[in-house]
Design a protein around this ligand. Structure first.
Ligand SMILES: [Zn+2]
Length: 883
């Protein structure tokens, strides 16, 4: 249903389409002209839409939101007829009303329109940088209708002829296609772009302003592509030189993807555009990919490792979309995973092949494990969730679609074998190029390529929410060693989720027996199953999820679990050790093991040389300190956590060694962050604050050499916590003086990590202060909401300023605000949050589901404390006394 709720509909009007537009008027081509008038804060436009009509209609339904349509006609062979335009629902279902029916046959709709330029980062929106005005677009999922009248659904793929009229000689225009022609007359220039291949409305894009360009060498012809492709970058005035890093590192990723697909890059040119204020991370517009500046303007000498890695992953993700999403588009938003799960999975795959030193397979696993946390909620979506309202479209852009989807793809890739899987993908893309497809099309292609029924097991992961929990027990009596398997839905203690779900799970176990390591696999499709092991010897240890490739959690009897940790650990891969660490956390949260048992197993993991394994216990320790410990045991809990990470700190120190890996740099960042802010070590914390002051120049000239780039955020936060208001003010002034997204972001995160009530209040007010960019405005609130001392007052701030916050960030991001309450841990608070949100949440996009998730997290936290606090406190008291 494409309307927000029945209350918004005019009463008694049953004719407004609820859901998708009726299919009997179908667009086949758009001619669109846009004239930005930043001097008036307006834009004007004309659109001519050729349509095919299959039966006579007097009302043509389409989309347009807050557009003033001044001229409307419909032309057919019989003549040109006036029509009236009326927007009929708040979210932009519009009716074009004719006196007499038209069709069946071809027709052309001509409309003139105008609108205010938006400020909330959607549709065609304005960003001011210094004295310059810029206009950018963000249309996915349903904001093209804010920029021009259109049939705003992904199944309608048509060519577009776009022109942009520039009324100021300083302005330049960029879009997804190359410029076909520029015409000047009377002080205006009309830039006409080449006709696009068939595209849905959400992939169209343009940018206007005093733009700066850096052209890179064309992408040379490759195996599948005969022609070179012009390639360049676009930024705001004067900033194009900062695109160099991105432009140098993009071509190998594109070449890798072309080789994987065996299909040429589908568009005649590629531009990457750095947008100074941008709601998402990046957007895969065909031929004109837009990014936050942080991801594209990178100073190779000062960029922290995280920024470099984000660049690679997000660039590869957006490039993968040029095939998955752009060349072949999901027919409707319930299949968004065909875009996003694939781009996530392929993006990591591509980075893994092109930049192997980044350990992309481990980072993907970390994302999948994070998605499992979200997927453990009873309120979780399924990957392929039916769309029953516009809320559902918004909610589809979440960790379930992206990361669970990517994890499920990786699992079935391993099940079928990478070549077979790739052949299925190539088959699917070739069959639907320039068109639309659905999940069933992909699963059929994979089944054909493999000669197996892929659809049935795959669908069990697509259409039902939740993480399978596989109980794995080693059996050595009887006819040969085997594992007995039992599946159910993983449920945290206190969960009301239905345990009865059943999946068809590709389960692979690795184990050591008789001096060798073996692997055995089965498809577990019933509640229970048996997995015979090779040989006759009883295994010394069993890893129930080989390579952590399966999208499931596992639990073993205490005996088997101890053997895996003690004897198996050295034989496990990094991914497997990470999965073992997370299975301990999962056991704590589901009360499958007592807290004492879980915490006592963390030592060897925290000391692991691999970053991803070493940091895996940090979340558990933070839960222990902040939630499970009480006032009497909090110090002991923090002391225990501190001692676990002290050896890593001693090894890594404050400064990087020459030739050190990116993972070592990231591990240093995590360990120092932990010892400065979560389980504070007085010496580490004091040194962080000292270096933070030097770096920011609190007492003299700034000294950038005082800190590794990865340590800046932790150190600035320590400096502001120790130094109070004077430091806070200096950092705010530095933020406002800088146009650099990284410099601003580093200051902003420090400004939000405060406990002093006066500074907390000032950090909260930044959310409404127009000195920040819109995409920065919620940063301090998120940081404050993670601080036990600031959480309650921050939620009060949200309640007291609700309408102003929604106006500032738009209804889309406002729908995420319930997440600011998710860190609370008492049920009375959940009721209070629910009472406040009840009358408000429907008006935010995606808000109702986000609220349900936040309330569930609060209640689950309370249940966890109820179940595990006694065991945890005992443990913390005992280890502290033992020292
Ligand atoms: Zn994406």
């Amino acid at each position: 249903v494409l309307v927000l709720g029945c209350a918004l509909l005019p009463r008694g009007d049953a004719s407004i389409p609820r859901g998708r537009l009726p299919g009997h008027v179908r667009p086949v081509h758009y001619e669109l002209e846009i004239t930005p008038r930043f001097d008036l804060d307006r834009f004007l436009g004309r659109v001519g839409i050729r349509v095919e009509i299959t039966r006579p209609v007097r009302t043509i339904w389409l989309h347009g939101r807050n557009l003033e349509v001044t001229d409307a006609t419909v032309s057919t062979d019989a003549g040109t007829f006036p029509a009236t335009w009326e927007q009929r629902t708040r979210d932009g279902v519009a009716a074009l009303q004719l006196e007499e029916p038209v069709g069946p046959g071809s027709a052309r709709i001509d409309l003139r329109f105008a609108s205010d330029v938006a400020r909330d980062l959607r549709g065609f929106y304005r960003v001011d940088v210094a004295d310059d005005a810029y206009g950018f677009t963000q249309f996915e999922p349903i904001s093209a209708r804010r920029a021009f009248p259109c049939f705003d659904e992904p199944a309608f793929k048509t060519p577009f002829d776009l022109s942009v009229v520039l009324t100021d000689p300083q302005l330049e225009a960029v879009a997804g296609m190359p410029v076909a022609e520029t015409k000047s007359s009377g002080g205006t220039r009309t830039v006409r772009f080449a006709t696009t291949p068939p595209l849905p409305t959400y992939l169209l894009a343009w940018a206007v302003g005093p733009l700066d360009r850096l052209q890179a060498p064309p992408l040379p012809a490759t195996g599948p592509r005969q022609r070179a492709v012009p390639f360049g970058g676009v930024a705001t005035r004067g900033r194009a030189p900062e695109l160099r890093y991105a432009l140098e590192r993009t071509p190998p990723l594109l070449t890798d993807l072309e080789a994987y697909f065996g299909i040429p890059y589908p568009y005649p040119k590629l531009d990457v555009i750095a947008v100074p204020d941008f709601g998402a991370g990046a957007m895969e517009n065909a031929g004109a990919i837009t990014f936050r500046e942080y991801l594209l303007l990178i100073d190779a000498s000062t960029a922290p490792e995280r920024q470099r890695r984000l660049f690679s992953y997000i660039m590869a993700h957006e490039l993968a979309h040029q095939w998955f999403g752009n060349l072949v588009t999901m027919a409707w938003w319930d299949d968004l995973w065909l875009n996003e799960a694939f781009a996530t999975w392929l993006g990591f795959g591509s980075v893994g092949r092109v930049e192997p030193e980044q350990g992309a397979d481990v980072i993907l696993l970390e994302q999948v494990l994070a998605a499992m946390a979200a997927d453990s909620l009873a309120s979780a979506r399924s990957i392929r969730q039916p769309i029953t309202s516009n809320h559902d479209i918004r909610n589809a852009f979440d960790a379930i679609t992206y990361s669970k989807g990517a994890g499920v793809l990786a699992m079935f890739e391993r099940w079928l074998g990478p070549e077979t899987f790739r052949d299925g993908i190539r088959r699917y893309l070739s069959a639907h190029a320039d068109g639309s497809a659905r999940t069933e099309d992909l699963l059929a292609a994979l089944s054909q390529a493999s000669g197996r029924d892929v659809a049935a097991p795959f669908q069990t992961f697509l259409t039902q929410p939740g993480v399978p929990l596989v109980e794995v027990t080693t059996r050595c009596a009887g006819d040969g060693p085997a594992l007995s398997l039992r599946q159910s839905r993983y449920r945290p203690v206190g969960s009301h989720a239905d345990a009865g779900a059943l999946w068809q799970i590709p389960v692979c176990a690795r184990y050591a027996a008789g001096g060798a390591v073996g692997e055995s696999c089965t498809l577990l499709s019933g509640r229970e199953g048996r997995l015979p092991l090779q040989g006759d010897a009883c295994p010394e240890w069993v890893m129930p999820n080989a390579e952590a490739a399966g999208y499931y959690r596992f639990t073993q009897p205490a005996d088997d679990a101890a053997k895996l940790l003690d004897r198996g650990r050295d034989a496990l891969s990094t991914r497997e050790r990470v999965a073992v660490a997370h299975s301990l956390a999962a056991a704590l949260h589901a009360d499958l093991r007592g807290a004492a048992q879980v915490y006592s197993a963390l030592g060897p993991l925290a000391r692991d040389p691999q970053r991803a394994v070493a940091i895996a216990p940090m979340g558990l320790l933070r839960t222990g300190i902040e939630q499970l410990a009480d006032e009497d045991t909090r110090g002991a809990a923090a002391g225990f956590a501190r001692r676990l990470y002290r050896p890593q700190f001693e090894r890594l120190g404050w400064d990087s060694a020459p030739g050190e890996s990116g993972d070592e740099r990231l591990l240093r960042q995590e360990v120092i962050q932990f010892l400065t802010h979560v389980a504070p070590d007085p010496a580490v914390r004091a040194e962080a604050a000292r270096r933070g002051r030097l770096y920011a120049g609190i007492d003299g000239a700034p000294d950038e050499a005082a800190l590794e780039p990865e340590l800046v955020e932790s150190a600035l936060a320590a400096a502001v916590q120790e130094g109070g208001a004077p430091v806070w003010e200096i950092l705010l002034a530095q933020l406002l003086e800088s146009d650099d997204a990284r410099v601003r972001g580093e200051r902003l995160t420090a400004l939000g990590q405060v406990d002093d009530p006066e500074l907390v209040a000032r950090a909260q007010r930044l959310a409404l202060d127009p000195v920040l960019r819109v995409n920065e405005s919620l940063t301090t609130l998120w940081y404050l909401s993670e601080r036990p001392a600031a959480r309650a007052s921050t939620w009060r701030f949200v309640e007291e300023n609700w309408d102003a916050l929604v106006a500032r960030v738009g209804s889309g991001r406002a729908g995420q605000l319930p997440g600011l309450a998710a860190g609370f841990c008492d049920t009375a608070r959940a009721e209070q949050v629910a009472d406040f949100m009840a009358p408000r949440i429907q008006k935010t996009e995606g808000g109702p589901r986000n609220l349900a998730g936040a309330l569930e997290q609060i209640r689950l936290c309370a249940a966890l404390v109820e179940a595990q606090a006694a065991s945890a406190r005992d443990f913390f008291r005992t280890v502290s006394a033992r020292r």
